[in-house]
Design a binder for this molecule. Structure first.
Ligand code: LRH
Ligand code: MN
Ligand code: MN
Length: 424
């Protein structure tokens, strides 16, 4: 399945009058319009290979139709998203949910759709078939050296797959923790994790990074060995310059000030990147921007300000990824919505009058500071994002195009109505 460019052009032609009116209206007040559009055009968000099928809940799974049956078909789906939004030019693999056994063929399939491979994710939170030791009581933090060794070796294997695919980062998330007080010696668990990560770190090629993800609870409910950004940062600092902290937006207790965490990690040069999603209660993995778009904007405001202060390139100096699960929506539609929400928040952050905000802060003018931030947040930037996409060769309205081209209907015809993808 491939979306032909002329079909997108036809739809763009129909949508162009309305788009042009909206664009001219908002563009008239944007300082540095060309620079804003260029930044938006350059900004891409990686699509997780594990989110292209209908995700389950603890209680059940209601599979949608036309789900990808193989890694090749997942690449096709990401290719469709990229053709429409021109902002999803990479795919992040979770191994062994997706094993790139024939790396050359997989790379060629991705290149055919203009895609490359982003961070590779290891998985030591489930036991795989024929695995010698169980990860029931953890992996890198395990009390038994043999189990730790098995987990380290898995991570090294994932790095090897990543090298073959041209990736340059390993993302590590551990389910390691405890369910009951007394079950675990916290310092012992931390030291074991550090030692295991050091072995993985040693196996990283020169130009590679390791991204250490944290999460407060689930699947363990009393303690998690890398439970918050402090513990992740502690590990990253002890490991060295190739290690940094990955922020998954859903991995915080309710009402945590994530933007402040982001600001300080950036200041320390230890912000690896993001797993974007949204949540109301916990690690809900909902569509980005569906619950709290203002928080997303505030995070991007810190990112733009902090990256500019450090002379970083927005599009490339941080890992931008989605980590979501879809048990109601068509996964492709959900991913299109998520990327759009991210780009909208980014565009709004680019509109913040930084100099005026600095002046308001220096004068302790909280009223004016709020006005400045909210003036940007309340600007309808959708046509700016659409214009950048149009210039890159994408659809003015990717979601409407996806529906009017009946992409899902075609996938169901091709793959069948009862397919199940590997993943969450
Ligand atoms: C854990 C997590 C982590 C995993 C992914 C499937 O909750 O966010 O990033 O790799 O989900
Ligand atoms: Mn995650
Ligand atoms: Mn998660």
């Amino acid at each position: 399945m491939q979306i032909e460019k002329y079909k997108i052009d036809e739809l763009n032609h129909q949508a162009s009058g309305k788009h042009q009116r909206a664009f001219e209206y908002v563009a008239a007040d944007v300082k540095d319009l060309d620079s804003v559009l260029a930044k938006l055009e350059a900004f891409n968000v990686a699509i997780p290979s594990w989110a292209l099928g209908t995700g389950g809940t603890r209680f059940g799974r209601f599979s949608g139709g036309g789900e990808p049956r193989s890694l090749e078909e997942k690449i096709e789906d990401v290719g469709a998203i990229q053709a429409l939004n021109k902002s999803s030019n990479s795919i992040s693999l979770h191994i062994p949910w997706d094993i790139p056994s024939n790396a050359d063929a997989i790379k060629a399939a991705a290149a055919h759709h203009g895609l490359r491979f982003d961070a590779v994710n290891s998985n030591t939170f489930q036991d795989q078939k024929d695995q010698q030791h169980s990860f029931k009581y953890g992996s890198l933090h395990h009390v038994d050296k043999a189990v730790r060794k098995q987990a380290v070796e898995h991570n090294i294997e994932v790095i090897k797959y990543g090298i073959e695919l041209g990736s340059n980062a390993l993302s590590v998330w551990l389910a390691d923790g405890s369910n009951f007080p007394g079950q675990l010696n916290f310092r012992g668990a931390f030291q074991n994790t550090l030692e295991s990560l050091q072995e993985i770190y040693e196996a990283l090629p020169d130009d590679w990074k390791v991204w250490v993800e944290y999460k407060p609870y689930e699947p363990n409910f009393y303690s998690t060995t890398i439970g918050d950004w402090g513990q992740s940062l502690l590990l990253a600092n002890k490991l060295g310059p190739k290690a940094s902290t990955l922020v998954d937006l859903g991995h915080h207790l309710p009402n945590t000030n994530i933007e402040q965490i982001v600001s300080l990690l950036l200041m320390e040069g230890k912000l690896a990147g993001f797993h974007f999603n949204d949540s109301k209660y916990g690690d809900d993995d909902l569509t980005v921007g569906s619950i709290n778009p203002y928080q997303l904007f505030l995070i991007f405001n810190e990112l733009v300000e902090g990256m500019d202060a450090r002379g970083m390139t927005h599009a490339t100096d941080i890992g931008w990824m989605i980590d979501a699960s879809h048990n109601l929506k068509d996964p492709i539609e959900d991913l299109i919505q998520s990327v759009e929400a991210i780009k909208i928040a980014y565009a709004q952050a680019l509109l913040v009058d930084t100099a005026a905000l600095k002046a308001a802060q220096a004068a302790n003018d909280a009223v004016q500071a709020q006005e400045i931030l909210q003036a940007a947040y309340r600007t309808d930037v959708r046509s700016l994002v659409a214009e950048a996409r149009l210039r890159a060769g994408g659809a003015i309205d990717p979601l409407a195009a996806y529906r009017s081209l009946d992409v899902r209907g075609n996938l169901i015809k091709e793959r069948g109505a009862k397919t199940v993808a590997t993943g969450l």
